[in-house]
Structures are given as structure tokens and as C-alpha cells.
Write a protein that binds this ligand. Structure first.
Ligand SMILES: [Zn+2]
Length: 295
């Protein structure tokens, strides 16, 4: 067990609950072990194996936010939860439809309730119907669809606010806010990338991203767990939003001046593509340029 004191005021206990699991697996490449970070008595976030996950222990069962990238990583998440509590995982809330947050559901119990924004379900159904690569598990499509922009739910005695401002990272984003604990799970609206990541192929929107990210920054919360990367403060989120808003305004100004995409990328200092063979997505500049020029 490793105890660490992060830079913020909140003292976080970090438990390395499963070590080198990937090295023992008979199939597939070795995977990074998951790391469980305890935020409160009943709330943790889990790093590794895809996007960050949330784990909230309720009265009778456990609510999980995002389910990791593969069945193996989903199983490892469930194994780590079993070390925290004997209560069963009964609910999964999905922040969006990307495989690194959804596909681990394959390892979850059949009876688990899966909550998602309505467009998330449509995106998953489309991925299955069109034979997309690494589709979501067809037996774990969302069973409870959220259509309101601000839905208040009590699950296992825990109060949740599920928030959707409009298309942002995808068309079906859902921000998970625990008002009592002042914790937000942002999904991939906020990540540790230098610029916002927006999937135009899932009808994401840079304008909607700014509205959504400003909404997140305005929540009465102290801890923001992004889709990827370490926990953030309210000030971290606010400065990320301000940076993105200024960059979008600069790109818009250059488009209005008739500059080419290459000229604009050079002018705004587009972030280099990620190293090490990770997925490379359209940059924020690509996205804003395409939106503004309809190219
Ligand atoms: Zn994503």
C-alpha cells in the first residue's frame, strides 16, 4: 500500500491493489495494473486499463462510472472493487460511448443496470450495426437512458446529478456529479491532453464543448476526475477551459482572415501528436477549422 499526499489540500490514500496482473495473463499484451485512489470513505477513482473509472459504494450495492477498455480490464476493476467492499456492483453510469470507457462491461454481471445519455446508446447501437472495430458488448447496451439535461437520481442511497449540456466530446456525453461529496466525473470532456478532444464522427462540437466545460467548472465541487489523467481542482478545470476558449477564438479569427489550415496550425502552435503509438485523433484545430469552414 502506498500513501501519497497530493499537491492539493485533500489527502488521498492511494492503494496499489493489483500488481503485474497483466504479466500473468495467458493472452494479450501485458497491461498496466489498475491503481485505486480513495477520495472519501465511499468514493474512489480507478486509473489504468482505459479511461478513469469512478467507484461509489452505496447502501446495498456499488455504482461504477465507466467500465474500462477490455473485458480483462473490466474484470480487474471488479476484482479491485471486491477488495474495497463485499457489496455487488449493480449500476454502471457511462460518461460517453468510446470503447476505452465502455468495452470492459463485457466482464460485468448480466443483471447490471447501465445508465447512459440517449445519444450514447444510439452511438453504441450504430457501432454494432455497422460492424465497427472493437464494438461495445451487445449484451450490455444501456438499460436506462437519460433524456433530461439535468437529471437527479438517488441510487443505493447516493445522490447523483447527471448533466448534459449538448454535443461536446461526443453527442452523448453525461457528466456525473456527486453534490454531497463535491466530486465530478467529467468523462473525456476534460482529459490530460493539451487541447480538448472532440469526435466529429460522433457529432461532437467545439462550441458545445466550451459550454459543457464551463458548466463543469461552475459546479459546486472540489475534485474533478477527468476521463484520463490525474485528479484536478476547480482552478485546473477553469484554466483549461479558458485556454481552449482563447484558442478557439484565435482559430476563428484566422479562418475569417482566409488563412489555410496549415497556416492556422502553425500560428496557434498545434500540439504534437501523441507519442508511443497511441490513437491519433483530429486535433482541436482540425475540428474547429472543419466546423467553421464545413470542410
Ligand atoms: Zn472518449
Amino acid at each position: 500500500m502506498i500513501w501519497n499526499k497530493p499537491s492539493g489540500a485533500r489527502v488521498t490514500a492511494t492503494f496499489v491493489l493489483s500488481m503485474f496482473v497483466g504479466m500473468c495473463k495467458a493472452q494479450g499484451p501485458a497491461q498496466t495494473p489498475l491503481t485505486v485512489h480513495l477520495l472519501e470513505g465511499n468514493v474512489s477513482w480507478v486509473e489504468g486499463g482505459g479511461g478513469n473509472s469512478g467507484v461509489i459504494v452505496g447502501d446495498r450495492g456499488v455504482i461504477v462510472v465507466d467500465a474500462k477498455i477490455t473485458a480483462a480490464a473490466g474484470k480487474e476493476l471488479l476484482d479491485d472493487i471486491a477488495k474495497i467492499t463485499p457489496k455487488p456492483v449493480d449500476t454502471v453510469i457511462l460518461t460517453h460511448s468510446d470503447g476505452d470507457h465502455v468495452n470492459g462491461l463485457a466482464a460485468f454481471p448480466d443483471a447490471v443496470t447501465v445508465i447512459a445519455q440517449e445519444n450514447n446508446k444510439k452511438e453504441q447501437e450504430r457501432a454494432i450495426a455497422t460492424g465497427a472495430r472493437n464494438p461495445p458488448p451487445a449484451n450490455h447496451l444501456p438499460t436506462r437512458v437519460i433524456t433530461k439535461n439535468d437529471d437527479h437520481l438517488t441510487i443505493d442511497g447516493i445522490s447523483f446529478e447527471l448533466l448534459h449540456w449538448g454535443p461536446a466530446h461526443t453527442s452523448g456525453d453525461l457528466v456525473v456529479y456527486l453534490p454531497k461529496q463535491k466530486i465530478v466525473f467529467t468523462g473525456d470532456i476534460i482529459t490530460n491532453r493539451p487541447d480538448p478532444l472532440i469526435h466529429l464522427e460522433k457529432n461532437g462540437s467545439s462550441e458545445g464543448w466550451i459550454q459543457t466545460a464551463k458548466g463543469i467548472a461552475a459546479l459546486d465541487a472540489a475534485t474533478f476526475i477527468p476521463g484520463h489523467g490525474p485528479a484536478e481542482t476547480k482552478a485546473d478545470v477553469a484554466s483549461y477551459v479558458a485556454h481552449a476558449e482563447a484558442k478557439r477564438a484565435q482559430i476563428k479569427e484566422l479562418v475569417n482572415q482566409g488563412k489555410s489550415l496549415e497556416e492556422i496550425k502553425a500560428a496557434v502552435g498545434d500540439a504534437p501528436r501523441p507519442q508511443g503509438g497511441g490513437p491519433s485523433f483530429a486535433s482541436f484545430t482540425d475540428v474547429v477549422y472543419r466546423e467553421l469552414t464545413k470542410k
